[in-house]
Design a binder for this molecule. Structure first.
Ligand SMILES: Nc1ncnc2c1ncn2[C@@H]1O[C@H](COP(=O)(O)OP(=O)(O)OP(=O)(O)O)[C@@H](O)[C@H]1O
Ligand SMILES: CC(C)(CO)[C@@H](O)C(=O)NCCC(=O)O
Length: 430
């Protein structure tokens, strides 16, 4: 089913309503992270469609429920899916959720026919800001999970449970790192969203936010939009690819007559002052190429984050810096700049690592929070992840301008859920 959605007829669907109609997944759990720039959703789906006459669906053999030795629980096979929306277009997100019929089969409607009993795990500032909107439009209560806690839980889950999740980016090459679970902590988690949070992670649920900076992804996109007139974040990134930062940045060589400042370890090509060149030139904004501006901007922000991350790693003696957040966007130049900055400042002692599901840490962490089992929530546990070959599926079901396609791999997995929760019964009952 996933493959059909990806490679098959849904791929080129450009109407939200059309894709919604076609991708009628059975969703058992869904969590949402509403950030300053983007809304991220993670949902578990058994990938089975209900037939029109409402008979119980026939699952492919490998997707059928697997009997568990524990009578209080059963196991659901399916996949974790990842979707994102721009926060400024929250209406699209509301329509998407509405189409998923959460009101009827949704995340937490067991034991209740009442629409206002539906609760979904939610994190990020928007879980507070938009709580009333979700209630009013969807009848859903947002069950808030603390933002930093979610980021850490999401990162720990990915690092422990998902194969080929973390990688280094050195010299234009991705190298996947399988981290020994017994040697995971401590590490510095740097989440680059609109702003940047730096969290020292010492264990499961053991962490401290040690630093942050307001110069983050929002700064790149906001300044970039003003300076280049780009209409989308991806356009700005693409533009930066073609630019030359030396036209905008003042280099050490510009100051030192083309020479290195070897005594303090600065090559002539090192940036002495980001955006420093226009100071000594009699040119207007229009005289500079947007691609050069985009390149300098990306370099400035990435360098700065890399340096602050390194300083915090140094402060706490951390060797591993794990980077997440949608600013990274799997973008080669961004990752290269951050990696080089960390390597340069730490003299090779610390390593920057990136995550395949970079932007979904918060949403995944909120999703993991279903396991708590308090306040009537069902216990949930990810019990298995299928091998890499089937876990790295590019799920291109969203192709409209407002609903972003899901570039991140869906993760096949099995969930251990309370037997009191019967997903198909709920479809009928609620
Ligand atoms: N399609 C996009 N639209 C807007 N920003 C994007 C897009 N894709 C990537 N980005 C980048 O990702 C950043 C947002 O990342 P992320 O979703 O991790 O943070 P957030 O949760 O919105 O922010 P915060 O945690 O600070 O509230 C943006 O500031 C921008 O740099
Ligand atoms: C305010 C949050 C945590 C919201 O996600 C984020 O945007 C952030 O970490 N900003 C940086 C704030 C600071 O520490 O200066």
């Amino acid at each position: 089913m996933e493959r059909q959605l990806i490679d098959g007829k849904l791929e080129n669907t450009d109407s939200t309503s059309e894709l919604i109609k076609q991708s009628a997944h059975e969703i058992s759990h869904l969590a949402i992270d509403i950030g300053g720039s983007l809304i991220k959703i993670v949902y578990f789906s058994t990938n089975s469609k209900r037939s029109t006459n409402d008979e119980a669906p026939t699952l492919p053999k490998e997707r059928q429920e697997v009997p568990s030795r524990d009578l209080n629980h059963h196991i659901l096979s399916g996949g974790l899916h990842f979707v994102k929306f721009e926060t400024s277009k929250i209406e699209d997100c509301i329509n998407f959720l509405s189409s998923k019929k959460l009101q009827q089969c949704g995340a937490q409607c067991h034991y209740s026919h009442a629409v206002d009993k539906i609760k979904i795990k939610a994190t990020g500032g928007g879980a507070f800001k938009f709580a009333d909107l979700f209630k009013e439009k969807l009848g859903i209560t947002l069950d808030k999970v603390e933002e930093m806690e979610s980021l850490v839980a999401g990162a720990n889950f990915l690092l422990k449970a998902v194969n080929h999740e973390a990688y280094t980016y050195i010299g234009g090459r991705k190298e996947y790192v399988q981290i020994d679970q017994n040697d995971l902590y401590p590490y510095l988690l740097v989440n680059i969203g609109s702003g940047v949070s730096m969290i020292k992670v010492d264990g499961d649920e053991k962490f401290q936010r040690v630093s942050g900076t307001s110069v983050g992804g929002g700064t790149f996109w906001g300044l970039g939009k003003l300076l280049t007139k780009c209409k989308s974040f991806d356009e700005l990134l693409e533009l930066s690819h073609q630019g030359n930062n030396r036209v905008i940045d003042m280099l050490v060589g510009d100051i030192y007559g083309g020479m290195d400042y070897a005594k303090i370890g600065l090559a002539s090509t090192a940036i002495a002052s980001s955006f420093g060149k226009p100071v000594s030139e009699n040119r207007e904004l229009e005289d500079y190429k947007p691609e050069d501006i985009a390149r300098s901007l990306l370099r400035m922000i990435s360098n700065n984050i890399g340096q602050i991350a390194y300083l915090n790693a140094l402060r706490f003696g951390l060797k591993r810096i794990i980077l997440g957040g949608f600013f990274i966007r799997d973008h080669a130049y961004t990752m290269d700049t951050i990696s080089v900055a960390v390597d340069f400042w730490s003299k090779g002692e610390a390593k920057a690592m990136f995550l395949r599901h970079e932007g979904f840490l918060g949403a995944l962490g909120a999703f993991m929070n279903y396991k708590d089992g308090n306040a009537g929530l069902m216990p949930l546990q990810l019990v298995e992840q299928t091998p890499k070959s089937s876990s790295c599926i590019v799920d291109r079901i969203h192709n409209s301008t407002h609903v972003h396609e899901n570039e991140s791999g869906a993760i096949d997995c099995r969930l251990r859920v309370s037997s009191s929760f019967k997903i198909y019964d709920e479809v009928k009952r609620c």
